[in-house]
Design a protein around this ligand. Structure first.
Ligand code: GN1
Ligand code: MG
Length: 353
């Protein structure tokens, strides 16, 4: 990492470096130089993102598009070219690095107030709006079928069949829960395929910790983690924010009784998202609560698949981490099911008003 940073056109000499954020995929460091400039240096996880050059083409195109629409350029990530002018550096071990200007701010793992959560909702809503006229056909699919829920289930079936590390015996209850909902979980994908729902250019990873907030004002400054910007459904963007930020516990909580859906936070986010984004269709708006449930089922399926495949996708801190995550997501789905009517009423009330 120390060596990689010298390959980018940064201002000054690097002085300090520390790890940054809690991403489950890439490796992220914050660098401060002797001239007081700050940068984020990231090593792209090429096991997950198999085509890093195309990925960077996407990210550069998307940030350029958004930059042309905002008054303050610090509202969008500003990538630093490498010495050769490319927006990535490939080291001799064929690892890919990229660097962007760190504009100051912080990311939250959970909202500390309604205002924080509202802010992130507006930011993701606006992001959706800003990309409404982005030429989707020019984007590379960085992870094919990323939010194709039936395909995620298909991969779970494969993992169960192969049972590579003999873990299937421990997870029958979790498997049963997910398979009972397999049909329903495919709803959004089917509606995209028959065009009842519009295919949009979406963020696809709208966790609260992917928004940078201003230190002083706590206003959302900038949406981060653009690696998965691809054609997709607004329902998953909305839903993933709910899954993460309107949950009463972290996504890997062990004490399951702590995991519920906070309806008030659900309402706050709904307002913010719809205030930031005005272009959703009636069907999309109606299905927002379903988006939250399906993305949570999908992620439970992905965590369980990774558990059965011996944890090669998500970073894990201990041996059952992916199983703990699966259970926490399942618990959240159960609570969403219990509260589905109330979620739907909240959306309806807000739209009518
Ligand atoms: C990963 O990189 P990070 O932590 O923002 C994952 C998301 C999951 C999330 C679960 C490319 O996001 O899809 O929802 O973990 N990103 C990728 O925390 O798979
Ligand atoms: Mg992230």
């Amino acid at each position: 990492m120390q060596q990689a940073i010298h390959h980018f056109r940064i201002e000054g000499q690097p002085l300090y470096c520390k790890t940054f954020g809690h991403g489950n995929i890439n490796y992220t460091f914050q660098i401060t130089t002797d001239k007081g400039y700050q940068y984020i240096l990231q090593r792209i996880n090429t096991h997950v993102f198999k085509r890093p050059v195309e990925l960077m083409e996407n990210v550069i195109a998307v940030t350029k598009h958004i930059r042309s629409k905002v008054a303050d350029p610090s509202e969008v990530l500003n990538f630093v070219p490498a010495l050769d002018g490319k927006y990535y550096y490939k080291d001799e071990r064929r690892r890919y690095w990229r660097c962007y200007v760190f504009v100051g701010g912080f990311c939250l793992e959970a909202p500390e107030s309604d205002a924080d959560f509202y802010e992130s909702a507006v930011a993701f809503g606006r992001f959706q709006e800003q990309l409404a006229d982005f030429p989707a056909g020019t984007l590379h699919e960085t992870i094919p079928n990323f939010h194709n829920t039936p395909d995620r289930y298909r991969m779970l079936h494969v993992a169960m069949y192969e049972d590579a590390c003999d873990r299937l015996q421990y997870v029958q209850r979790e498997v049963d829960f997910l398979l009972e909902r397999e049909q329903e979980a495919g709803t959004i994908q089917r509606m995209l395929e028959n065009r009842t729902l519009p295919l949009r250019v979406t963020h696809n990873d709208t966790k609260l910790n992917n928004v940078l907030l201003d230190m002083k004002t706590r206003k959302a400054k900038c949406v981060l983690d653009l690696d998965t910007v691809m054609p997709g459904s607004s329902l998953f963007d909305f839903g993933d924010s709910i899954r993460f930020g309107a949950a009463t516990a972290p996504e890997d909580v062990q004490e399951l009784s702590r995991m519920t859906l906070d309806l008030h936070r659900f309402e706050v986010y709904t307002k913010g998202y719809l205030d930031g984004c005005h272009s959703l269709t009636k069907d999309e708006i109606e299905l927002l609560p379903m988006g939250a449930k399906i993305i949570t089922l999908e992620l439970a399926t992905r965590f369980l698949t990774d558990y059965l495949e011996s944890d090669h996708y998500f970073k894990t801190q201990y041996s059952d981490h992916n199983l703990v995550r699966t259970r926490a997501q399942i618990r959240l789905v159960q609570d969403m099911e219990a509260k589905m009517d109330q979620m739907q009423r909240i959306v309806k009330n807000y739209v009518e008003r």
